[in-house]
Design a protein around this ligand. Structure first.
Ligand SMILES: Cc1cc2nc3c(=O)[nH]c(=O)nc-3n(C[C@H](O)[C@H](O)[C@H](O)COP(=O)(O)OP(=O)(O)OC[C@H]3O[C@@H](n4cnc5c(N)ncnc54)[C@H](O)[C@@H]3O)c2cc1C
Length: 471
């Protein structure tokens, strides 16, 4: 079996299927996959803060027992939810003092991938070939028989395989490769709010290096203006990874002097106030390829022996933090199917593709249900169903401020532990009807240690003066 791409989805696919095949060969375009948590050229998104929600982390742990301990030993944080989240939902500040029910992993993307990759490459029947750019499929409309690869010396060769998994990420060429061998047209849906990311790492202020909550100030899609977002996540080495983003018309710039100015323009200045008390330790990186893009492989009459996983099938606006978790849950679905059905049995690929599509579709619905509301969003105006859905989600957010059961259900869905339909169960509907049982908070709920950091004098005045384009 051959896996195209040695990123997260590719290595998780290898973990999922290795017990069911003789050998897994992972073909990776990058010439080196680092042996430590380090950047690499074809993972540019690692310069941006990545949230790994409980649903995704659980799935990775299921596929690779011990990987969580490896992340934590390397400096990652296991951040409890709701205690470890200071979040200003469009309905108000969430309370943190409910019992913890979920968690997220706070770590750089380089660390997350490194631990997964290291464990997968220790499996006896998995090997990776770096410097190998896949440039086409071999086979016909009925069956894929392998792939065409160009190596570092620009030599083309055929790699035969009875199963090919495409995990080449957002830039996957699979739809074209399928067409080239006479395969089906694959329908594609795009919803693009034009989000641009700007990210930077900071040395956390003294005393804030560990046990520090995620600070999350999202946009309010109901306001008829560009959505602005700001997030701080504690990662390894006593650093904060900070990502700012804005939808079309409200994009952050790459300028270092404008980074904290933008942080002050989101719905609350908490992130800007904290950054003014921390030292930047990296330059600002920007990223613009953030459209939600769904290639409906699960609806196409795919040739046997061909499966697509991860961003190659469904790439999501990153502001909701679901890409890695959707890929991991897809890999678990693939593993579960492989346990029940022979990989070479007729129809395996189509069944696998449908199983993979389920978690990805859930994340897709959450993302596009909000993104369609932002000004200038491409891919269709919000429908009546979108509008009703958005109103219900707002009502749930409002109810969650004073109802532990609703917080738990919303967190189940947000962390991808459970599917979104649980938000329509009778107990949740009834709670939403009754509304919040407690008053709104008039500011973030901060612990004394967190407030003490905020009470320190700022190191810089957080650029209240300059204005940015799109303001
Ligand atoms: C700015 C930003 C922030 C994000 N934040 C979050 C977050 O907070 N939480 C979250 O869960 N997700 C987040 N994501 C999404 C997450 O990064 C992706 O969902 C995830 O990387 C998908 O993994 P993948 O393996 O499918 O693709 P990738 O990680 O892109 O890996 C693809 C691999 O395929 C290789 N490759 C590509 N083409 C070829 C070829 N022709 N031949 C051989 N190899 C090839 C590449 O070199 C790479 O190694 C974010 C994304 C962005 C852009």
């Amino acid at each position: 079996m051959v896996v195209l791409g040695g990123g997260l989805a590719g290595t998780l696919a290898a973990a999922a299927l290795a017990p069911h095949v003789r050998e897994v060969l992972v073909l990776e375009h990058d010439s080196v996959l680092p042996e430590a948590p380090a950047p690499r050229p074809r993972l540019p998104q690692a310069a941006h803060a990545h949230i790994l929600w409980a649903g995704g982390a659980d799935a990775m742990e299921e596929l690779l027992p011990g990987v969580t301990a490896e992340w934590l030993a390397a400096g990652a944080h296991r951040i409890p939810i709701p205690n470890g989240m200071v979040s200003f939902s469009p309905a108000g500040w969430y309370r943190r003092s409910w019992p913890d029910t979920h968690y997220l992993i706070g770590a750089s993307r380089n660390l997350i991938d490194w631990a997964v990759r290291a464990r997968v490459l220790r499996l006896p029947n998995v090997r990776v070939q770096t410097g190998s750019k896949v440039c086409g499929l071999e086979g016909d409309a009925a069956r894929v028989l392998g792939v065409v690869v160009r190596d570092a010396q620009d030599e083309r060769r055929l790699v035969a395989a009875d199963l090919v998994v495409d995990a080449t990420g957002r830039g996957s060429r699979s739809t074209r490769w399928l067409r080239d061998i006479g395969g089906p047209e694959v329908r594609e849906t795009v919803v693009d709010a034009g989000v641009r990311y700007a990210s930077r790492r900071y040395r956390a202020p003294e005393g804030a290096e560990t046990n520090w909550p995620v600070i999350h100030i999202p946009a309010d899609p109901r306001q008829d203006r560009p959505g602005l977002f700001a997030t701080i996540i504690s990662i390894e080495n006593g650093q904060w990874h900070v990502s700012l983003s804005g939808t079309r018309g409200g994009e952050p710039s790459a300028g270092e002097d404008l980074f904290e100015v933008f942080a002050r323009r989101v719905r609350h200045p908490l992130v800007a106030e904290l950054l003014a008390r921390a030292e930047p330790v990296s330059e600002v990186s920007v990223f613009t390829r953030t459209a939600n893009r769904r290639r409906h492989f699960e609806q196409a009459a795919l040739p046997e022996g061909f499966i697509v996983l991860g961003d190659a099938a469904t790439s999501l606006n990153p502001v909701y933090g679901h890409g890695m978790s959707a890929a991991a849950r897809g890999a678990v679905a693939l593993r579960d199917l492989a346990r029940r059905t022979s990989l070479l049995s007729p129809g395996f690929s189509s069944k696998a593709q449908r199983a993979i599509a389920r978690p990805a579709a859930a994340a897709w619905t959450l993302a596009v249900g909000q993104d369609r509301f932002y000004p200038g969003a491409v891919g269709g105006k919000p429908s009546l169903v979108d509008r009703l859905g958005a109103r219900y989600v707002h009502r749930l957010n409002h109810t969650a401020i004073g109802n532990a059961m609703v917080v738990r259900r919303l967190t189940d869905v947000m962390t991808m532990r459970r599917p979104a339909h649980i938000l329509g169960l009778p107990d949740v509907l009834l709670a939403a009807l009754l509304g919040s049982r407690m008053p709104l908070l008039d500011g973030p709920e901060l612990m004394p240690r967190e407030q003490e950091v905020l009470d320190r004098p700022p190191l810089r005045s957080a650029g209240a003066s300059a204005a940015e384009p799109g303001k």
